[in-house]
Each structure stands twice: as structure tokens, then as C-alpha cells.
Design a protein around this ligand. Structure first.
Ligand SMILES: Cc1ncc(COP(=O)(O)O)c(C=O)c1O
Length: 381
């Protein structure tokens, strides 16, 4: 029934690797370190704020820009953590909707969009929905550094059509936290080529070494950067899908224009709860970060004991390990061999040769789950 070109296009988008690997974990009963979601809830008082909003009649459409309490909390958050005072902001259904609506609102068909690869899988799909072209800047193991030459070459490949640089730091799936000199390269390229920067910062509070520097804080960038984040990773509420974007009025307005026809506005009680999360004492963020750091170290030790070579991440909740052979095959057989599911990092690269032996493991699980997964992995040796 579908014309062949359409069927082929949809097949090209495929299903996300996460869906596949989560199904594999369910089928085999293995520990799922494939998909990055925590297996315990965020702070109880945030849940109570959600319950109070549900019981208190906050159950109808939210205003399109978001409920005022959450808008105010996001504004305070940007100011308190980074000294940013954005012209406008918008509440979205997770960072995912902000990314999609921004790309659809800001790109014309044929525009070039620079992305660091490996990249989060929704980026390529949404760039394609916008009819734009993905131009990758490859981060290579083991250090995943951003190289000036790779950035310059990607801009050149765009042949004057590059319009957006879609950035993600702390970076999924590598765990890299871009340093100031790398961000300065990015800022220089954006200013020189008059690019819009869409900055996905969902792991902003999961930094174990170094610091998260929002690109919007660099000279010349506040006026061209749309900053995106959400409550999912910072507060362990990935299922709530409450996110936001902030920045220059024109960029936020473009995103809002598309968002109103994608979903309009909802999740009203959870928006109230997200406001409570952002207003928590920052000690909650620090505790989560410190717990995750301990799990990172335990999982890295398990991977080393298994004879693999983990690349210790400075941020996010993912660690990549070199398995010394074909990563896709390694992941296919891992559940049978030791009862763990992980993801071949190559799934996030266009350049398949760049990371053919790398596997990504998530460490955002309860301490006892990470301990058991590490024990199982160590048995591979
Ligand atoms: C880099 C990156 N951006 C965005 C998202 C999605 O964020 P949200 O759940 O808020 O839509 C994820 C989730 O894994 C991610 O890793």
C-alpha cells in the first residue's frame, strides 16, 4: 500500500537500537545496560509535588510556553548555574521534542546540519524529517577529542549550506565533556559561518571530572544558541519527558511555532513537579552525581577484570569499552555468555570503521545491579 520510496525511507529510519536491545534483555532475562534509564525513582518530594498537582486540578492543557512555575524555575536554574539570562524559553515534551521542533523550525530543505558523531539517534531522524543534510564531525576513540581539522572539513563539505551546529556535551554515547578549548573552536566556527547552535545539555549535571560549560556562555554565542535540557537525566525521571529550551527570542519562537502543531502543550502536573525538582537543594544533584561516579568506577573495574579496555567517561552515565573484536557480534552473544545487554557504539556512527570494536554500557542502575553486572562481566575473562 505504501509507495516503495516511502517504505524504503521508513525502513531507513528503522527502530532505535534501544528498542531492539531492551527487547533482547526482556527475552533473555539479562541485565540491561543497553538503554540509558535509571532503575530507581528520583527524589520523593518531587513525586509528591506531582501528586499534589494531579489532585489539585492541574489536569488540563498547559499554556503553550509552559506553566509559569516551571518557566520561572528554568530561568532561575540557568541564571544560578551559568549566569545565563535567556530572552525566552519554552517547555517541551522532553529534550527530544525540543530537538525535533528546533530542527523543523530552523532548517530549510537542503540546509546542512553539523553533528558530532557518534550522535544520539533522534538527531539523524529529525534532520531527515526537516529535509536537511547531516554533516558529521567524527570523535574518535580513545580520547574522542574534537579536532579543528575535522570541524573545518565538515563545514567545507556543506559547501556554504551549513546552517546549524547541533552539539551535545556532556556527550552521549562517548561520555566526553568538551573542554573550553574545544568549545572555543565551535564558537569560532559558529561566529565565522553565522551558524545557529542547538546545544543539547541533558547530561549537564552528570559531570565527574572537569566542568560543564554551556556554549551559550562563550563570547558571541548567547545570541545564536538554543540551549536544551530536561528533567530526565538530572533527576532520574526519564519517563516524565519534561524538557525545555531557552535562548534568543527568535530561535525559541521558531521552535514554539512547530511545537504547537506537534503536541501543543501538556504533561501539566509533571511540569509542576519538574519545577519542584529544579528548586531542590543542589545537594540532590551532587548526591546523584557522586553515586553515579562510584558506579562508573565499579563497572569500569568489572570491564577491566573481563579483559576489556574501558574508556573512563568524564560525564553522562555511559562507559565505552574496547572489546578487541567485532562489537556488534560481541553484543549479540553477550546475553548468553554472561547475562548482560550492551550496545555496539558503532550504531551511533556513520563512519562504521571509527568504532567497530567499541561497546557502550550504561551505569545508571542501582548499586547492587551494577555490582552483579560487573561480577558477570568479570566472568568473561
Ligand atoms: C543526548 C541526548 N539527548 C536527548 C535525550 C532525550 O532526552 P528526553 O528524555 O528529555 O527527551 C537523550 C536520552 O537518552 C540523550 O541521550
Amino acid at each position: 500500500m505504501l509507495p516503495p520510496h516511502r517504505a524504503a525511507r521508513l525502513a531507513g529510519l528503522g527502530t532505535t537500537i534501544f528498542t531492539e536491545m531492551t527487547a533482547l534483555a526482556a527475552r533473555t532475562g539479562a541485565i540491561n545496560l543497553g538503554q540509558g534509564f535509571p532503575d530507581s525513582d528520583g527524589p520523593g518530594e518531587v513525586i509528591e509535588a506531582g501528586v499534589a498537582a494531579l489532585r489539585g486540578g492541574e489536569n488540563q492543557y498547559a499554556p503553550l510556553p509552559g506553566v509559569p512555575a516551571l518557566r520561572e524555575a528554568v530561568r532561575e536554574h540557568q541564571l544560578r548555574h551559568y549566569g545565563l539570562n535567556p530572552e525566552d524559553l519554552l517547555i517541551t515534551f522532553g529534550a527530544t521534542e525540543a530537538i525535533a521542533a528546533a530542527l523543523l523550525g530552523l532548517c530549510d530543505p537542503g540546509d546542512g546540519v553539523l553533528v558530532l558523531e557518534p550522535y544520539y539517534d533522534s538527531y539523524s531522524a529529525c534532520i531527515s524529517f526537516a529535509g536537511a543534510e547531516r554533516l558529521t564531525v567524527t570523535l574518535r576513540p580513545p580520547d574522542f577529542a574534537l579536532e579543528a581539522e575535522a570541524l573545518r572539513a565538515a563545514i567545507e563539505r556543506g559547501g556554504g549550506r551549513v546552517r546549524v551546529l547541533l552539539l551535545n556535551s556532556p556527550h552521549n554515547p562517548t561520555g566526553r565533556v568538551l573542554d573550553r578549548s574545544e568549545l572555543e573552536l565551535i564558537a569560532a566556527a559558529c561566529v565565522e559561518h553565522d551558524l545557529i547552535c542547538i546545544s543539547d545539555e541533558v547530561y549537564e549535571h552528570l559531570v565527574y571530572e572537569g566542568e560543564h560549560i554551556p556554549p551559550a556562555t562563550l563570547p558571541g554565542m548567547a545570541e545564536r544558541t538554543l540551549t536544551i535540557s530536561s528533567v530526565g537525566k538530572s533527576f532520574s525521571f526519564t519517563g516524565w519527558k519534561i524538557g525545555w529550551c531557552s535562548g534568543p527570542a527568535e530561535l525559541v519562537a521558531a521552535t514554539r511555532t512547530v511545537k504547537q502543531y506537534l503536541t501543543f502543550a501538556g504533561g501539566t502536573p509533571l511540569q509542576h513537579a519538574a519545577a519542584a525538582a529544579l528548586r531542590l537543594n543542589p545537594v540532590h544533584l551532587h548526591t546523584l552525581r557522586d553515586n553515579l561516579r562510584a558506579r562508573r568506577d565499579e563497572l569500569c573495574a568489572g570491564l577491566s577484570a573481563a579483559g576489556l579496555s574501558p574508556i573512563t567517561p568524564a560525564g553522562t552515565y555511559f562507559v565505552n569499552a574496547d572489546v578487541g573484536g567485532d562489537a556488534a557480534e560481541f553484543c549479540r552473544t553477550l546475553p548468553e555468555r554472561c547475562g548482560v545487554v550492551a550496545i555496539p557504539t558503532g550504531a551511533f556512527y556513520d563512519d562504521q570503521a571509527a568504532a567497530s570494536t567499541l561497546v557502550r554500557f550504561a551505569f545508571c542502575k542501582r548499586a547492587e545491579v551494577i555490582a552483579e553486572a560487573s561480577r558477570r562481566l568479570a566472568s568473561l575473562a
